[in-house]
Design a protein around this ligand. Structure first.
Ligand code: SF4
Ligand code: SF4
Length: 306
């Protein structure tokens, strides 16, 4: 059983299902959403984030790196050569300016369960639990994920899976008995738009949604709502029609307005956020309009936000 990397364990989360939750973010994703606000979630391997603005020029990373991946720049700040870096984390341990951080940590199932159980009282009081997210949880080692879900579920915790839906259906089927709610993304209804902004076509995603519903899963539909991609009345009606025509059993619809709060992280990984200016947050009026489309069509439990 391979141990996946986790890049964040977020406590007191109130946007990833019912109540107060701990959300566990697994590293690595099979799709490539143009607006992704967690660039450190995209790759399956560990990565070094470098916050150059915090560098004091102490030179410790140059002295300690076993791979000679650092030099001193003319501006008195360290320069990182990523082609030599294997994300060992040694420089992060020595950097007192906290200019370096490793994204990706291995936890055994037992360790993650122990971490999640620290907030047991909050779950009990709020009707919350644990949400497995990413990256993409369904792209991780499924023996590990099944064992994690099963252990948490059998201990009486609410388990949610936040997914893009792009995974073999057999993998959904094996964890279905241990999942309370699937938080299931719909981002575009036509193949071309889906391929353009998400990087893959949506056939598998929509087929899996139909099967999950038919197999009795509790499903919250989540729609990242992005001007320039899908923030139109036409798209919202397409989703409504798909859900109705396929009798998808929907517990809740969440319309998630686009934000770009993660764009600063791209430069810490030496990557470009190359969709700047192409996408915008929809206005509050538009979000209300979209919400009303769902409510008028019988999806009364529709919310703006998670
Ligand atoms: S150890 Fe940190 S503060 Fe010192 S040079 Fe390297 S990055 Fe800069
Ligand atoms: S993470 Fe390791 S290999 Fe990469 S720069 Fe730091 S010390 Fe060198």
């Amino acid at each position: 059983m391979a141990t996946p990397y986790v890049f964040n364990v977020q406590k007191y989360s109130i946007h990833d299902g019912d109540g107060i939750r701990t959300t566990i973010f697994f590293k690595g994703c099979p799709v490539n959403c143009a607006w992704c606000h967690n660039p450190e979630s995209q790759r399956f391997d560990k990565e070094l984030l470098y916050f150059k603005d915090r560098c004091s020029g102490c030179g410790k990373c140059i002295q300690r790196c076993p791979n000679g991946a650092n030099t001193m720049g003319e501006d008195g700040k360290a320069v990182l050569d990523r082609s030599k870096c294997n994300a060992c984390g040694i420089c992060a341990d020595w950097c007192i300016a906290q200019a370096r951080d490793i994204a990706g940590k291995e936890y055994t199932v037992k360790e993650l369960v122990k971490e999640a159980e620290k907030d047991r009282q909050f779950y009990e009081e709020s009707g919350g639990g644990i949400t497995l997210s990413g990256g993409e949880v369904m792209s991780q080692d499924m023996d590990y994920i099944e064992q994690l879900c099963k252990t948490l579920y059998n201990k009486g915790y609410s388990v949610n899976i936040d997914t893009c839906g792009y995974a073999p259906y057999e993998d959904f089927k094996r964890i279905l008995p241990y999942v309370n709610t699937f938080l299931y993304d719909i981002k575009a209804m036509d193949k071309a738009t889906h391929e353009k902004f998400i990087g893959v076509d949506n056939e598998l995603i929509l087929e899996n949604l139909k099967k999950l519903s038919a197999d009795g899963a509790r499903i919250n539909i989540r729609i990242p709502t992005v001007m320039g991609v899908n923030a139109t009345e036409e798209f919202m009606m397409d989703v409504v029609n798909f859900l109705k025509e396929n009798s998808i059993s929907v517990a809740q619809v969440n319309l998630l307005p686009y934000h770009n709060t993660g764009k600063h992280k791209y430069s810490k990984l030496d990557r470009d956020y190359d969709t700047e200016g192409l996408m915008e947050k929809p206005s509050n009026e538009s979000m209300e309009l979209f919400k009303n489309i769902f409510v008028k069509n019988g999806f009364n439990n529709t919310k703006i936000g998670g």
